[in-house]
Design a protein around this ligand. Sequence first.
Ligand SMILES: [Mn+2]
Length: 397
Amino acid sequence: MPRTSILHISDSHLGKRQYGSDIRREDFAKAFEQAIEVAIDRDVDAVIHTGDLFDDPVPSLPTVMRAADALKPLEEHGIPFYGIVGNHERKNDEQWLDLLRRTSAASRLGKKPTMVGDVALYGIDAVRPSVWDSIELELEEPPEQAAWTILCMHELLTPLVSGMGRVYPAAEVIDRAGIDLDGIALGDLHQPASSVVDGTDVWYASATERGGKDQEETGVVQILYIDNSGIKRHQIELETRPFAVFEIAFGEEDGASHARDVLERHDLDGAVAKVELSGDRAAVTANEVTQMAREAGAAVVSVDDNRGRVDLDVESIEAMSLQGLDDAIEEKLADEKFSAVALDVDREIRQADELDTNVNRVADSFGELLSDAQQQAFDDLGPEETPEAATEMEVEK
Ligand SMILES: [Mn+2]
């Protein structure tokens, strides 16, 4: 049996102006272009993209055109590009991927198989949390000539991901897909990860660029080699801009020279400097630190000023019994006639352990829940407004 090679790319977030920077927007585009170059250099049989090609449901025209230009060399080399829609870029009707499809630069994967050699590819777009339980995940049987089956999704699945808000068991996906799956190629987690679940290989490709200071294992793509011996994955690193992530802790007496000393200890040349200011409020502003970091060679600077924060007395809060509070809230909520979406939002808020360390992800999942609420309100709201729908509309604010 001949070997089939497929490049797995994910979470390119084209158009993202990280830290309000045009340089970063360019970086995200360049990382995606490099990934496409890898596909051509390695002469793969196909490229799969597991969602969040665009950062936004309404990418700017230059961003869409840049994506189309980036895909053109694939077309010239006869390498198909197959995508699914991620949660960041999801719209209610037609997707930007459909526009690229019209130019035949890209195709969407679905529940019917798409054959690449003897590999049957499937895809399911990012599922709105409020319809996860009811949505059809069953896939069409692969044709006889298919030796392998791979499903592309954009979800957070256990056991690969945990404690990040909305996660579902990979085993449930395998069960609901209803066919024999050899692999599940995933997007959404910006970090490579893999596992074997009920005999199915399940893995994340990671993102092509670094979407936040915590995303250290980004800037990579995966090549899949599929032959008699199974699916092998090979990770390839892209050249992306380095990050310098550090803290400047101020004592009462510290000022500008202290900040300058700390900055000098880091290699900022051409880097994204992500700096946290902590400790005492000192006679140097966040703007001044930004300026100093630029002078030290940083290409992009983002400063979080956390000085002068009062630490909460954690023990006294624990003494109030958070669990007891939670139970009381659950009880109260059960009395109200809230919609599923409203309850999801509430749960997300109360379970958001990672608020401190992963604000972006929490914000993302709120955004998703809120747009769900909005969507559902429009979908469900008949001519007469029901009290339930009114509740959902309130959630939006
Ligand atoms: Mn993403």
